[in-house]
Ligand binder design. Structure first.
Ligand code: ZN
Length: 509
């Protein structure tokens, strides 16, 4: 009798303690912050991790590693509908709606059916939502979370969809050229006077007279156009904010360092202000933060610029982690939409180190250069992106040589400069000699050739000028973080979040 009673008591106790612990373990996150490094393959993560260790101290850790340390890490497959390699639009659709689709499609499945996104689910649950990117608000990754179009190039339509839905509390990026009436210049628009020339000016890309900034203001949006205006914005009094900081994409992070005085906010400033606004909703929020230009400089095979983009992205991860550590019902997910470029830091037979006499009396000799700290010192020396050096030299070989030598650790002869800048009859720049088919954007600028020319100086080689199949890393922190361990599919990401919120994806709209 006594044993029976203690058995019942014991069972009860087990149930009570399970009931006590289970909801905590499986608790649904009130807030979800998804950070996407566009093109951030494992190689780019490794580049930043090693840079930080070799330059700042072997004990130093990136903010990203604060997430990795908890062990909720995995790999994510990125293939799209029917093909091995993905495009950013289809990858964004996978990460936002949980469905595989064809390249260039945003917010629709492979049959063209309009799909719900995790932003739609958040809104239905009364949560706030936001998107941030250092590319354009209408670019593939942010668009994947709020728009539905058959081709990512329909950026004017994407801008209309954003403003017409009008329910994103935070929308901060570049791309003002898609929000102002045809025939106007960004620098002449009354709301965009705060954009500095160095941030990027340009004419409207619209074909109609719609002023989407005025429409947004009429819908209750506060509007900001530079760092100063962003910082001055009172989050307590702001329900919704639209920010456009450049006509097109932001300047590259390397070209946006303080000395370049662009007036464009950093990704972490954007993140911080967004969190202040979004956290006011007692129901919680969903925020997508894109480090969007890791991909852009990888397309150009410009390793030092990749490093700057990675460090900028990592700073934003840091602000998010600070927030999440103070706000425990917040799930943070860091991943990429795909790898770009197939970056390799490899050993080479260029400049092997001198022999070393060891304390043992032996002499250590090597035939190869395994890449020491000096490769990072050279990367740190670079003050401008390859693209900006190219643009600032305006096609003049002597000016190009000067640009390269003043802004990097590399040297180039005037003959080499002339060869890089020589256009063919079709006004195209020369392509890398091998694998020219994988340099689909290089006809417009020769930066990939600069990557080839200077590669040996930083032990850097590139596989392609396009996206690759490489699975990407995924790290998570907070409630449900353990669900992001192991081998995932990019479509799992929003499905796990939706499920945690009691909803289902994919779902047609
Ligand atoms: Zn991408």
């Amino acid at each position: 009798m006594r044993t029976k009673r203690s058995l019942i008591l014991g069972t009860l106790l087990v149930f009570i303690s399970l009931a006590w612990f289970l909801p905590v373990q499986g608790a649904e996150p009130k807030n979800v912050i998804l950070l996407i490094g566009d093109g951030m393959g494992p190689q780019a993560v490794g580049l930043a991790v090693y840079y930080n260790r070799f330059m700042n101290g072997m004990e130093k850790r990136l903010h990203m590693e604060r997430l990795m340390a908890a062990g909720n890490t995995g790999y994510c497959l990125t293939y799209q509908y029917g093909t091995v390699v993905t495009d950013s639009a289809s990858a964004a659709t996978a990460l936002a709606s949980g469905v595989k689709t064809r390249d260039a499609i945003i917010g629709k499945d492979h049959d063209g059916r309009v799909m719900k996104s995790i932003v739609d689910i958040a809104r239905q649950l009364g949560k706030s939502a936001g998107v941030i990117s250092n590319t354009r608000l209408t670019h593939a990754t942010p668009a994947g979370f709020y728009a539905h179009v058959i081709h990512r190039d329909m950026e004017n339509e994407i801008a209309v969809q954003l403003i017409e839905r009008g329910d994103l509390a935070v929308a901060l990026s570049g791309g003002a050229q898609h929000f102002i009436p045809a025939g106007t210049k960004v620098e002449d628009h009354p709301s965009l006077k705060g954009i500095d020339r160095k941030a990027g000016w340009g004419g409207s890309r619209r074909k109609d007279a719609r002023d989407l900034i005025a429409e947004a203001k009429a819908k209750g949006y506060a509007f900001v156009a530079n760092e100063k205006e962003l910082l001055a914005l009172d989050a307590r009094k702001t329900e919704k904010v639209l920010g456009l900081f450049s006509a097109s994409g932001f300047p590259s992070a390397i070209d946006r360092q303080p000395q370049h005085e662009t007036g464009v906010p950093t990704l972490s400033q954007l993140t911080e202000k967004s969190l202040e606004i979004l956290k006011k909703n007692p129901q919680g929020f969903f925020l997508m933060v894109e480090g969007g230009q890791i991909d852009w400089v990888e397309h150009g095979n410009d390793v030092a610029s990749v490093l700057h983009e990675m460090l900028e992205f990592d700073q934003a991860v840091g602000r998010v982690m600070d927030f999440a550590e103070k706000t425990p019902d917040t799930l943070v997910i860091v991943t990429a939409d795909h790898d770009t470029g197939g970056l390799a830091i490899g050993y080479s037979n260029y400049n092997p180190p001198a022999p070393v006499k060891l304390p043992s009396g032996e002499t250590w000799k090597t035939k190869y250069n395994f890449a020491d700290k000096s490769i990072f010192e050279k990367m740190a020396t670079q003050k401008k992106s390859f693209l900006k050096m190219f643009q600032d030299s305006k096609g003049n070989p002597a000016a190009f040589k000067k640009e390269v030598e003043e802004n990097s650790a590399f040297s180039i002869s005037e003959e080499q400069s002339a060869a890089l800048l020589a256009k063919d009859a079709k006004e195209a720049f020369p392509l890398p000699k091998e694998y020219g088919e994988f340099y689909v954007y290089s006809a417009g600028n020769p930066t990939a050739l600069m990557g080839r020319l200077f590669g040996k100086e930083t032990n850097t080689a590139w596989a392609a000028g396009t996206h690759t199949h490489t699975p990407v890393m995924i790290f998570a922190h907070g409630p449900m973080a353990e669900k992001f361990r192991g081998l995932l599919d990019n479509t799992d990401v929003p499905q796990i979040i939706a499920k945690g919120w009691g909803a289902t994806l994919p779902a047609s709209k």
